[in-house]
Design a protein around this ligand. Structure first.
Ligand SMILES: *[C@@H]1O[C@H](CO)[C@@H](O)[C@H](O)[C@H]1NC(C)=O
Ligand SMILES: *[C@@H]1O[C@H](CO)[C@@H](O)[C@H](O)[C@H]1NC(C)=O
Ligand SMILES: *[C@@H]1O[C@H](CO)[C@@H](O)[C@H](O)[C@H]1NC(C)=O
Length: 331
């Protein structure tokens, strides 16, 4: 082929993708990557330091600190020495049975097509060696392993898609709390912690899902969500296949993003006009493992099937972007 032909093809193909403005209007016009339409079932893993006390839910630390008469505080008083801190759970988080290849094999056999792991929940502990989470990440303390990296590799090796859950806020991060005390007019946490961590996650692990959460205390202007997503869609190494959910600041959920989660366990029972996902839990009362779970609180096989069927049957193929999904546009 003559060189000019190649150049011509390139110039015809290139302007379409990678031109999003940091506004919801522009970002929401992006065609949904085709894989997300097709894959239907994913597995969501909530894992972190909260899995050590494994009591109540993954909100353990917050419930303990905010409620001295609650069951979490009673659990601590019953089982740990006076003055015990949440941070002392971290060395007990050993992840000794974490066998990423075995896990990925199990996920594959289950028929699920994508896997999303909590890279950081509201406790702020990162399951990867964040360069900005000093002594509060899975490489420096606890497992001494890069959990996100290992699982990402194992899952991708099995031909499944890997994604990360990531909490925008951190309950007790002093830099975040300082921004909050200015009613989010200062943005130190967003600039020095959140953005660089998100970019590290994207660049190092190339996840195909960014499942954002913990957004509700501030507007998207504080988080700079639209700037981040424009970077994801335009420039990042995952621009052609990444999908994001809808939790990007006060008022965004159920309105913006590649797919909507709306509330937890959203299952509207009728066709929606936008791609959506029903994020539900097998233990009806907790996302993380909890030792005090009662068998009655866990979904039966029939419950799980009912949830999946009622969800998938109300999905929307390619939403309104009929005829302009990514495959056509790239072709
Ligand atoms: C604290 O915990 C108790 C016992 O579980 C509960 O009745 C109460 O509503 C909680 N208070 C708050 C503020 O959550
Ligand atoms: C905080 O900021 C928001 C907008 O960013 C504003 O609507 C609200 O009134 C502010 N609250 C206070 C207490 O100043
Ligand atoms: C889908 O695309 C076809 C062909 O381009 C068009 O005729 C049809 O009206 C479109 N449907 C919707 C719902 O946009």
């Amino acid at each position: 082929m003559e060189p000019w032909v190649v150049l011509l093809l390139f110039s015809l193909a290139s302007p379409v993708i990678g031109d999003y403005e940091p506004t919801w209007e522009s970002l929401d016009s992006r065609p949904l990557p085709e894989w997300y339409d097709k894959f239907k079932i994913g597995i969501f893993l909530h894992w972190g330091v909260f899995s050590v006390p494994s009591y109540g839910s993954e909100w353990f630390w917050n419930h303990w600190k905010d409620n001295s008469t609650g069951k979490e505080a009673a659990f601590i008083n019953r089982n740990y020495k006076p003055g015990f801190t949440y941070q002392e759970f971290a060395p007990m988080f050993t992840a000794e049975f974490f066998d990423p290849n075995k896990w990925a094999e199990l996920f594959q056999k289950s028929g699920a097509k994508y896997v999303v792991l909590t890279s950081k929940h509201h406790e702020g502990f990162t399951m990867f060696p964040s360069k900005r989470s000093y002594s509060w990440n899975s490489m420096e303390i606890g497992p001494h392993r890069d959990i996100v990296g290992e699982l990402s590799k194992a899952v991708k090796d099995k031909g499944l898609v890997f994604g990360v859950y990531h909490s925008l806020y951190e309950w007790y991060n002093p830099i975040y709390l300082s921004d909050k005390s200015t009613n989010f007019t200062s943005r130190n946490y967003a600039e020095t912690k959140l953005w660089p961590d998100l970019k590290q996650l994207v660049n190092d692990y190339e996840p195909s899902v960014i499942w954002s959460d913990g957004d509700w205390e501030a507007y998207d202007t504080y988080w700079k969500s639209t700037e981040f997503i424009a970077w994801l869609y335009n420039e990042s190494p995952i621009k052609d296949h990444v999908v994001v959910n809808d939790r990007w600041g006060i008022g965004t959920y159920c309105h913006h993003g590649d797919f909507y989660n709306c509330q937890d366990r959203f299952n509207p029972g009728k066709l929606q006009d936008h791609k959506w996902e029903n994020a539900f839990t097998l233990d009806r009362l907790s996302w993380g493992y909890r030792r005090n779970v009662d068998l009655q609180e866990v979904m039966t096989m029939e419950d799980v099937l009912r949830e999946i069927i009622t969800t998938v049957s109300c999905g929307v193929e390619n939403f309104k972007r009929n005829g302009s999904n990514t495959v056509t546009r790239q072709g």
